[in-house]
Write a protein that binds this ligand. Structure first.
Ligand SMILES: [Zn+2]
Ligand SMILES: [Zn+2]
Length: 242
């Protein structure tokens, strides 16, 4: 299995998962052109993608999905809640309400906790979870079986509290339906990820986090030796065979 992080952050998210000869995109929150360019620098092509899986309807996860779907004739998989709010123009949609498969590759949606209907995905032993204010019951059940994960490590709580955002936004970010802090992410991995051998920390906030701070928290809270990497907000992060 190979994971390529094309984009990760509140300015756009996109991850390519290649397993058993099937290529899937999780989220497409950048323009088609940007995603194509970043993928080609990693030696990847949208021509090879069989499906786009959408976690939720926020634009940083869905903005490029319609155009990519039309241009490359790729179906977009989403829940009916996401479909009902998505304004992507015409595109080939596939609605899921539980586990499904794309060309034989099994995909398990896992409920996350956000201010809109949202989920993460598990493919084989890899889990993808961003945009969740807390670890949900379903995540707690799923993470112990994973050997690799991309997990949101969105913010440093003090940087949000002392930052310049209006009070209502701060309250939302820090709420159970907002985003995971660095402490949250590292604690989840320490407490639930007993079999994890590879971690990608993603969806870092531009204003309330830095890769150094996220790494520092990870190193201080996670007591096992686990290979980890912090995703870039500004460019493709890379590809990993796991
Ligand atoms: Zn997001
Ligand atoms: Zn979101």
């Amino acid at each position: 299995m190979e994971i390529s992080v094309i984009a990760s952050g509140s300015n756009g998210n996109c991850c390519l998962v290649e397993d058993h000869g099937v290529s899937l995109l999780i989220d497409a929150g950048k323009s088609c052109r940007e995603i194509e360019g970043r993928m080609s620098r990693l030696g990847k092509s949208l021509e090879d993608v069989s499906g786009i899986l959408i976690t939720h309807g926020h634009s940083d996860h869905i903005s490029g999905a319609g155009i990519i779907s039309r241009k490359f004739e790729i179906p977009v998989y989403m829940t009916k809640e996401v479909f009902s709010t998505a304004s992507l123009g015409e595109f080939e949609s596939r609605i899921f309400s539980g586990d499904f498969d794309v060309n034989g590759l099994k995909v398990k949606p896992v409920t996350t906790s956000h201010n809109v209907s949202s989920c993460g995905f598990v493919i084989s032993k890899f889990g993808y979870f961003t945009d969740t204010g807390m670890v949900t019951k379903q995540m707690k059940k799923t993470i112990p079986g994973l050997n690799s994960i991309l997990l949101e490590s969105n913010h440093d709580v003090d940087m949000v509290s002392n930052g310049h955002y209006p009070a209502f936004l701060k309250k939302w970010i820090l709420s159970d339906e907002g985003h995971l802090s660095n402490d949250n992410a590292s604690s989840i991995i320490q407490e639930n990820g007993k079999k994890l051998s590879f971690v990608l920390l993603g969806h870092l906030s531009e204003n309330h986090n830095t890769p150094d701070i996220a790494s520092e928290v990870f190193n201080s809270l996670v007591k096992r030796k686990i290979e980890f990497s912090v995703c870039s907000r500004d460019k493709e992060s890379g590809s990993w065979k796991i």
